[in-house]
Design a protein around this ligand. Structure first.
Ligand code: EPU
Length: 352
């Protein structure tokens, strides 16, 4: 008989649990390392049960959605929860807005396509970002002038220690540039199970990002719809970001650094072509891709790895790279950029 003190949320016998398997299919860098155990979770109850199993055996726990923002540098001595919780629903709507709740295991781009098909505006600029919905709030995903925080209404999480469900409002998520409370105070304490977005039925078009303007101009589009924006973004991404299915990568490996305006002015004297965009008053965001390119890394291969030929910010796996090999290149890049520009790059990708 079951211990009456233990609540079983789902039957372990019905769950997909695999021991000592390679994580290569589950990380877009395609690093071939092993985990002690991989549990696929298709419902919040299965997720709770998987948490219980891992906690009971005192194993390290890690959730993987699309595995598109992670670099494994060693075998994972613990349990991986593969988030496959699916479902998209409208929770409320009025004339102007629609609230769309998406489960965290949904593929992000499929959610974007669903919204574009229904003419719900807000996330079309984030078309084709790899990964699943649950990863979105963690790093406040963003692209081409829009960040998730601009449209996020609330996030639903399960607390790992108690199994209780909690709702975090947009403000409670403490979003910043590629940053949120899930990377700080809530790190390792909760798992995201759904994200609710507040989308507009009357589209507000964000077409000011240089490459979007250029793309629309080429097609002669002056009054873009959200579908036009989505198609432009898909085209831009496909033309310069490598497809992780063919060339392992995890998107931008580093964040774009923010520097003091006065420091930037000094740099500009020595490097007149340095690009920079005012981010917060008094700080300038410098494209890390430019810094890396200036240091000569763009398109250069180092063994099985390298910085991509069309976007230096993306490190790639040319075949059988190990996580350690990619990490060594990242460290070399950080050191070289530091010596050349006095700027320390920070990784965007989670290094495990
Ligand atoms: N640049 C170079 N050389 C390069 C790459 C970039 O000189 O090899 C310079 C150019 O001046 C270019 C500028 O960097 O104009 C900006 O490049 P891009 O538009 O490609 O954007 P990014 O700043 O490199 C950021 C995000 C991307 C996002 C794009 C578009 C970060 C860390 N990355 O890249 O997000 O798709 O903007 O909005 O903020 C990701 O997070 O994984 C990601 C791909």
């Amino acid at each position: 008989m079951n211990d009456p003190g233990i609540t079983f949320f789902a039957k372990p016998s019905e769950m997909n649990i695999r021991q000592h398997i390679s994580l290569k299919p589950f990380n877009t860098f395609q690093i071939d390392i092993r985990a002690n155990r991989v549990i696929e979770c298709k419902t919040p109850d299965e997720l709770k049960e998987a948490i219980r199993l891992a906690t009971e055996s005192e194993e390290k726990l890690m959730v993987l959605g699309g595995g598109s923002n992670v670099l494994f540098t060693d075998d994972f001595d613990g349990t991986i929860l593969l988030n496959r919780i699916s479902g998209i629903e409208i929770t409320s709507e009025n004339e102007e807005y629609v609230f769309v709740k998406a489960s965290s295991g949904e593929v992000w781009h499929e959610l974007v396509m669903w919204c574009v098909r229904n003419n719900y505006a807000g996330i079309e600029n984030m078309s084709l970002i790899p990964g699943r919905v649950g990863a979105g709030p963690i790093q406040n995903i963003g692209a081409y002038g829009v960040e998730l925080k601009d449209v996020l209404h609330q996030v639903e999480v399960i607390m790992i220690d108690s199994g209780e469900t909690r709702i975090l409002s947009n403000a409670a998520c403490q979003f910043g540039y590629r940053d949120s409370i899930f990377k700080r105070d809530m790190k390792g304490k909760c798992i995201i199970i759904s994200v609710t977005l507040k989308l507009s039925k009357k589209p507000v078009i964000h077409a000011s990002y240089g490459s979007i303007k250029h793309e629309l101009g080429k097609k002669g589009i002056t009054q873009p719809t959200i579908r036009d924006i989505s198609e432009a973004v898909i085209h831009i991404r496909q033309s310069k970001l490598p497809d992780p299915h063919t060339l392992g990568n995890a998107g931008s490996f580093f964040k774009n650094p923010e520097v003091e305006k006065a420091f930037f002015e000094q740099l500009k004297i020595k490097h007149p072509s340095i690009p920079g965009f005012e981010h917060h008053p008094g700080t300038i965001k410098v494209p890390a891709g430019w810094l890396i390119e200036q240091c000569g890394f763009k398109g250069k291969q180092f063994g099985n790895t390298g910085a991509h030929k069309d976007q230096a910010l993306v490190l790639v796996n040319y075949g059988n790279a190990t996580g350690k090999e990619i990490l060594r290149l990242a460290q070399l890049i950080i050191k070289t950029v530091e010596e050349s520009f006095g700027i320390t790059l920070k990784t965007e990708v989670n290094i495990i």
